[in-house]
Write a protein of this length. Structure first.
Length: 309
């Protein structure tokens, strides 16, 4: 039974604050069923150089969405990226003397969302990289049923991102694993985070004190324009835990010190590290992990210098 939308307000409208993340996360992780349509809206394409035309384009878009919703057996998922373009705070626009056409666009957006309330087969996903609530119109935020903040990837995610990149480079023949850890030998070249955790090497803390206790120290010298991850000193391993565990812990060392980097930056690091710190087309896994450590240090230095400007 569907509740009365007047007494129980439910817009089926979700607002996600993404910190340096990609909206494609929703595209890949939203479950797609047989009678589901995913409609991706690029906010910038709805603006026109003609006065008052932008509001009409927004209304036309949502009129098309309503046509799709007429089929009750079809679930329509609407993904609006960079929603601050369509839902900027009207009070700020007035104060800055911006054209009233921007305000009309926000009004059209709010009205269209209200009209979709009567349809039970719609889900509206909106994303923004602007974490400040003052950027979005208060009436727009108030209409969102879920307001979810998605921050930087945690340690497990950073480790798995870097691990997947290295495994892909191995598949392409750019990174060469040790001879005793070949894939055809039935062994894992790099253990997953869960496998490391089961062995007791979960790297739960990425703080300096915890890193130092595991032989993972980091020295900072921002004034000298250098930030170096000290030589990796592995903890004592059980006799049966050497091999893939040792290489996996080196990768864990890198992931621990990449805590300020976004998923997008992590995906670029293997390519950047190979180009800047390796002088050969192919490299052993151990040498590549050393280069990756240097790449993380260089990226953090660059970001620190930008923040000081």
């Amino acid at each position: 039974m569907i509740s009365n939308v007047v007494k129980i307000s439910n817009n089926r409208f979700l607002l996600f604050y993404l910190v340096l993340c990609s909206y494609l996360w929703f595209t890949f992780h939203a479950p797609l069923h047989l009678n589901e349509q995913l409609l991706e809206v690029h906010s910038h394409s709805l603006f026109s150089k003609w006065f008052s035309e932008s509001g009409k384009l927004v209304a036309k878009l949502f009129a098309h969405i309503q046509e799709l919703l007429e089929d009750p057996n079809t679930l329509v998922c609407v993904l609006i990226d960079e929603v601050e373009s369509l839902a900027a705070a009207r009070s700020t626009s007035i104060g800055n003397g911006e054209p009233s056409d921007a305000i009309r666009t926000v009004n059209a957006m709010l009205t269209a969302i209200d009209r979709l309330r009567k349809f039970p087969n719609v889900l509206i996903f909106t994303t923004t990289n602007m974490s400040s609530a003052s950027v979005l119109d208060l009436a727009f935020i108030d209409r969102a049923d879920v307001k979810q903040y998605i921050g930087l990837p945690p340690l497990e995610a950073r480790y798995e991102i870097l691990r997947s990149c290295i495994l892909e480079l191995m598949r392409c023949g750019i990174v060469v694993p040790p001879s005793d850890l070949r894939a055809d030998a039935g062994q894992s070249i790099l253990l997953s985070y869960k496998e490391l955790s089961r062995k007791g090497y979960n790297g739960v803390s990425s703080s300096r004190s915890a890193a130092a206790s595991d032989g993972m120290e980091m020295s900072d010298d921002i004034q000298g324009k250098s930030l170096v991850l000290n030589t990796y000193v592995p903890p004592s391993l059980d006799p049966g835990d050497k091999g893939e565990t040792s290489e996996s812990l080196k990768l864990m060392h890198c992931a621990q010190h990449a805590e300020t980097l976004s998923g997008r930056s992590l995906r670029k690091l293997p390519f950047q590290s190979h180009a800047q710190f390796l002088r050969s087309t192919t490299a052993s896994l151990s040498k590549f992990l050393d280069a990756l450590s240097q790449g993380i240090a260089k990226e953090r230095v660059s970001r620190s210098q930008l923040e000081q400007k």
